[in-house]
Write a protein that binds this ligand. Structure first.
Ligand code: UTP
Length: 405
């Protein structure tokens, strides 16, 4: 079956609609792109808006601040030793599109400074450098980008001289892309010679690191733990020795930094057990009864929200990496060309992207330690321009924590 027949058989012949107008080179590029599409993700469309079927949800006890403080010295000593021995690396997830922030540049290039320049990437490097100073040695930093922002991200780091971090400790890699489709499941064209694609979510970070050959760096340097974190939390501690030590001492495959929710319906995924596996449940998936359930001290049991800062044990992660992760269907605004070849920039969501999520990796691990942090000191995400989780709210928190803006 040739490509045209194959596309016809799966109802995707629109991808070759402008074939006759293309040069040979454009045709070749388009054919190659179509050949690389994983059409099976389209099966997930049937789940759009339905939410995934969940197993039995039960509480997972967190290591709260009181418990952490009781063993802080021991945790810290173990964490500092692991860091000094080079056993911990950091992974910055920066492949997202940051559409809510509304800038065309990678989110990390956003300047949160007021009287001086202070870029999001710079805040993160500063936070990592705090630990480097404490332990007296550098930490390898792996930065995940996508096809769309690799060039601008790497150029920016170079231009800014890696914000004082040694270049040889910074390793960039690219994540995979997934095709975008209309609500009817037709894959969209971005141009006559190009399929509309988007980064495939943050869940594939480890596989993408392997594909990029970075296991060599991990093995050569004896890295046993990877602290994976989102680009947008400018206050987060990276490779925090107490967190590292606690995850090691408590013998868990994954550590997950969590904050106490500020309201039962706050939009944060909550750590729990699902059919006995560590898992994350969204606030809207909890019944009223579960939201109100309390322990013997009167504390709500589904009260610790994840902030996308996880410590993964490398050997354990290697065991689960080949399990296939579900693709989630996300409705987004997708620029495309219509039947007549007109470029359309939609104002409202017009189709679906497919994303794998890191939280689905947690479910595959045997154990996970929810580790509480003080939210005013470690959680200032920048998702939006104004309002909740915005540049404004993050600026306020940075200033409260003594950062000059
Ligand atoms: P978000 O869920 O906030 O998505 O990502 P986003 O793409 O950055 O922003 P919006 O939704 O378009 O406004 C959480 C973290 O996961 C990373 C992001 O860079 C951020 O650090 N991420 C997300 C990736 O690395 N790759 C992706 O495909 C998606």
């Amino acid at each position: 079956m040739n490509l045209k027949e194959k596309l016809e058989s799966i109802g995707q012949s629109q991808l070759l609609r402008f074939e006759s107008e293309l040069s040979d080179a454009q045709k070749k590029a388009l054919y190659e792109q179509i050949e690389s599409i994983d059409f099976s993700v389209l099966d997930e469309l049937k789940n759009r808006g339905k939410g995934l079927k969940r197993g039995k949800i039960t509480p997972l006890e967190a290591l709260d601040l009181d418990k952490i403080n009781a063993k802080k010295d021991a945790y810290k000593e173990t964490g500092v030793k692991a860091l000094k021995d080079g056993k911990v690396g950091a992974v910055l997830l920066a492949g997202g599109m940051g559409t809510r922030l509304g800038s065309n540049d990678p989110k990390g290039m956003y300047n949160v400074g007021i009287t001086r320049e202070l870029f999001i990437f710079q805040c993160l490097i500063n936070n990592l450098t705090d630990v480097v100073k404490e332990i007296g040695s550098y930490i390898h930093l792996f930065v995940m980008t996508s096809d769309l922002n690799y060039d601008s991200t790497t150029k920016f780091f170079k231009e800014k001289n890696y914000f004082g971090y040694p270049e040889e400790y910074v390793h960039f890699f690219k994540q995979e892309m997934a095709a975008c489709c209309s609500y009817e499941g037709k894959i969209l064209l971005e141009r006559k010679d190009k399929v509309a694609v988007s980064p495939n979510g943050n869940g594939g970070w480890f596989l993408s690191m392997i594909r990029a050959g970075l296991m060599d760096v991990i093995n050569k340097n004896g890295i046993e733990w990877l602290n994976v974190f989102a680009v947008d939390n400018v206050l987060q501690k990276i490779c925090d020795p107490v967190f590292v030590g606690a995850t090691i001492i408590e013998k868990k495959s994954i550590g997950a930094k969590v904050v106490r929710k500020n309201a039962p319906d706050e939009k944060l995924g909550v750590m729990c057990l699902e059919d006995g596996h560590p898992s994350i449940v969204e606030y809207y998936e909890l019944t009223d009864e579960m939201r109100d359930e309390v322990d013997e001290r009167g504390e709500r049991v589904y009260n610790f929200g994840v902030i996308l800062n996880y410590l993964f044990n490398v050997a354990e992660t290697e065991k689960i990496v080949n399990n296939s992760l579900t693709y989630h269907v996300v409705e987004k605004k997708i620029p495309y060309i219509d039947d007549k070849g007109n470029e359309i920039k939609p104002e409202e969501p017009n189709g679906c992207k497919f994303e794998q999520l890191i939280l689905d990796m947690i479910y595959m691990a045997d154990t996970c330690l929810p580790f509480e942090v003080v939210r005013e000191k470690e959680f200032a995400p920048i998702k939006n321009k104004t309002g909740v989780d915005s540049v404004e709210s993050a600026r306020e928190l940075l200033q409260k924590n003594g950062v000059t803006l």
